[in-house]
Design a protein around this ligand. Structure first.
Ligand SMILES: [Zn+2]
Length: 382
């Protein structure tokens, strides 16, 4: 744990924790020093020394709780979302002096400005009440989660065991088109040795069907390395091909989406799908997966042969929260009062895995604040 983090655990404001630490002050020294010594020996203002000496008397918050709280809030004030400044402070929603409650539910990340508002004696209309802070915290954590998922999606940060669907033929065709051939991945040598890939690193359907999956399935359901191989291929493709956020474009209206025709996109959200008829054979009809809102209705046609595992098959037929990488085939304007209709071919479908970046992405969030406040396109209720 860094020296700054030690101060943060006591509820010291991040800017003051940074200053104190870089001036050589530690929590153990702060505990025994007078405010006067802190001011003289560590070059702090009297307000800073007073703040530290008040905080240091408390029991520190558990490190795990602090880490989760800060990451879930993207190290940013849950009330103003960083507009009033980048410094932050861990606030006790029910006052520490009264509650001594250091649990997650009693803590929120605030900027110093909003922290002052929260501690101002009641009566003024712009004061922050505990219930307002609770609501702001929940809403902000949801927005941060969406933002983290978007960022992970752009970087093709997917947990390979969370992949439910891979259209190997389309991904290989995209490699040929955009990269000249199917590149090596960290797994390809191994998969060639198994016989799953042929010498040109193409997926060998017949070999897998006849030798690895009892003649029934396209994939060797035991071998998750196939998934990682195709994830890496998609990642290499994404270095030369743009995957656009479909929800972001949908927020711009019909013309935004129409521009995506023939291009590639990713979508994060709750989708509905039909169950495939079992057993799945090479003549199984496509499964329809869709995402309806007032503005947009997206349809993906899934070839059930490309479902990655038995659990992927069982997930079909209900609502799932997915990341879908796809090619946009057609975009048609809906009738009067009807949403626009988008037809897309999926390349890879995965359950989103949480990816948290340590650095605050405030600039990014600022630029996108309007979209984040429009929750309609992000249906993540399960
Ligand atoms: Zn704030």
């Amino acid at each position: 744990m860094s020296k700054i983090d030690r101060f943060i655990r006591y509820g010291v404001e991040s800017r003051i924790a940074e200053k104190a630490t870089s001036n050589g002050l530690t929590t153990s020294k702060a505990r025994v020093l007078s405010q006067k010594d802190m001011i003289e020996k560590f070059d702090l203002s009297s307000a800073e020394a007073k703040h530290i000496s008040n905080c240091i008397k408390r029991a520190p918050i558990d490190k795990e709780v602090v880490d989760l709280l800060l990451e879930s809030a993207n190290y940013t004030c849950c009330v103003c979302h960083g507009v009033k400044g980048t410094s932050y402070i861990i606030h006790h929603i029910e006052e520490y002096e009264k509650s001594q409650n250091n649990t997650y539910s009693n803590l929120a990340v605030l900027c110093p400005n909003d922290h002052d508002l929260a501690h101002r004696p009641g009566g003024l209309s712009n004061d922050l009440s505990p219930s307002q802070i609770q609501k702001a915290k929940m809403k902000w954590e949801k927005q941060v989660e969406i933002h983290d998922a978007q960022k992970a999606a752009r970087a093709i940060e997917i947990d390979d065991s969370a992949v439910d669907y891979i259209n190997v033929m389309r991904i290989e065709a995209m490699c040929a088109k955009h990269l000249g051939s199917i590149p090596f991945t960290t797994i390809s040598e191994k998969l060639i040795a198994y016989g799953i890939l042929d010498r040109t690193r193409k997926f060998d359907q017949n070999f897998v069907r006849n030798n690895l999956s009892n003649g029934r399935y396209l994939f060797d359901y035991i071998n998750h390395e196939e998934t990682e191989h195709y994830r890496q291929l998609l990642s290499k493709i994404s270095e030369v091909v743009d995957f656009v956020d479909l929800s972001e474009m949908a927020a711009k209206g019909f013309n935004g989406v129409k521009d995506l025709e023939g291009k590639h996109a990713f979508f994060i959200g709750g989708v509905y799908s039909k169950s495939p008829d079992l057993p799945i054979t090479s003549s199984s009809p496509p499964i329809a997966m869709h995402y309806p809102t007032k503005k947009i209705n997206i349809f993906w046609d899934l070839d059930p042969n490309y479902l990655m595992s038995m659990s992927s098959i069982s997930r079909m037929g209900r609502k799932n929260r997915y990341i879908v990488y796809c090619s946009i085939r057609s975009v048609e304007r809906g009738g009067k009062g009807e949403p626009c209709q988008v037809v897309a071919s999926p390349l890879l479908i995965s359950q989103p895995s949480k990816f948290v970046h340590k650095t605050p992405a405030i600039a990014y969030i600022r630029r996108h604040r309007d979209e984040f406040n429009d929750d309609e396109d992000f249906d993540i209720d399960e």
